[in-house]
Design a binder for this molecule. Sequence first.
Ligand SMILES: NC(=O)c1ccc[n+]([C@@H]2O[C@H](COP(=O)([O-])OP(=O)(O)OC[C@H]3O[C@@H](n4cnc5c(N)ncnc54)[C@H](O)[C@@H]3O)[C@@H](O)[C@H]2O)c1
Ligand SMILES: [Zn+2]
Length: 380
Amino acid sequence: MKAKNIERVLVTGGMGFIGSHTVDMLVEKGYEVRILDNLEPQVHGPEERLPEYRNKNAEFIEGDVRDRETLIQAIKDVEAVVHLAAAVGVGQSMYQIDKYVAYNTWGTANLLDVLVNEPNDIKKLVVASSQSIYGEGKYLCEHCGPVYPRLRAEEHFRNREWEPRCPSCGKPLKPLPTDEDKPLMPTSIYAQTKRHQEEMCLLIGKTYGIPTVALRYFNVYGPRQSLSNPYTGVCAVFSCRILNNKPPYVFEDGKQMRDFVHVRDVARANVLALERDGADYMAINIGSGEPTSIRELAEVLVKLYGAKITPYISNKYRKGDIRHCYADLTRAEKYLGYQPEIKREEGLKELAEWAKAHGWAAMDLFENTIEELETKKLIY
Ligand SMILES: NC(=O)c1ccc[n+]([C@@H]2O[C@H](COP(=O)([O-])OP(=O)(O)OC[C@H]3O[C@@H](n4cnc5c(N)ncnc54)[C@H](O)[C@@H]3O)[C@@H](O)[C@H]2O)c1
Ligand SMILES: [Zn+2]
């Protein structure tokens, strides 16, 4: 069943990884879909080629969310916007500060300005937020109860002590699922811009009565993930290394935990947010709810690719990295009826099969990024 009052949807960033799956699902459900995307070279290659997976039943406007005139054209005759266009890369955002703020913060400001000041018929705005805005996840101290530690202090790393400690009593902590009430503590420019996008959209949405939902995606993986963009997506980065017969490079001791959610589950959450009103004006976690250690991820992927490689445990710390964060999905289920459907093993197998078939395109640029991070003293 489609949403009431919504026939036509604009998906910004609709040529990208999450965007293209969202577009497919919307087209499949009978919506008329328009894509606005600038075919960012870091994602689509230097020739800015249209991806072969693009949905030919969607209209395409090639353009930038920073361009007001383009946005005015793009929102004409649509009733909903799924805003996914963004620069995506945590490490890179720490030295391409103006780019991240321009694409993400200013691009979103531009969209909101157009929605508020130009004639339009928008009845729903869904914006991509991110788990990164939490910083460290939520933890339990057996003496103090639930706690929200800040980024680990640098002196700990000198002794390769990776686990955060209780901010009040200094005792060891147990990670808990992170819920939406956890105070936001972004630890990168990327995360700050995602927070900004989320908060600006919710504020303007509320002020002008435009039902708005911010979805805080956790680590999204799956087919169409850019294999040659070394700045984003640990599943893609590891896949690329393995396909080039090199060991996945694991920071710290590899026991840090993340939440890996399949891209089709995320696309489904976008559609749910569009069609249901239960989560209007809210920020909602979208993940798998299941913690996975990075070391385990590396091992599972090596096995799935049938490689004879042992992951490289670097025992190095990348500045700004958190230790553990995985989603509490109580609200996603309650307000959106969202539950993840794709199991990790099944999803990673699909990723590996897809990556093998497309591996020819994957250049391993990872060593350059490590060099870049080392030169900028962002790893030690
Ligand atoms: N992939 C993840 O794990 C993850 C996690 C949390 C949040 N997100 C968010 O989800 C959204 C989509 O991410 P993705 O993983 O699909 O990334 P992606 O890079 O595959 O897709 C982004 C798309 O936006 C386009 N784009 C970038 N800047 C643009 C601009 N200025 N104007 C117009 N188009 C532009 C790109 O060309 C690309 O097609 C982003 O907002 C990202 O911050 C992603
Ligand atoms: Zn304590």
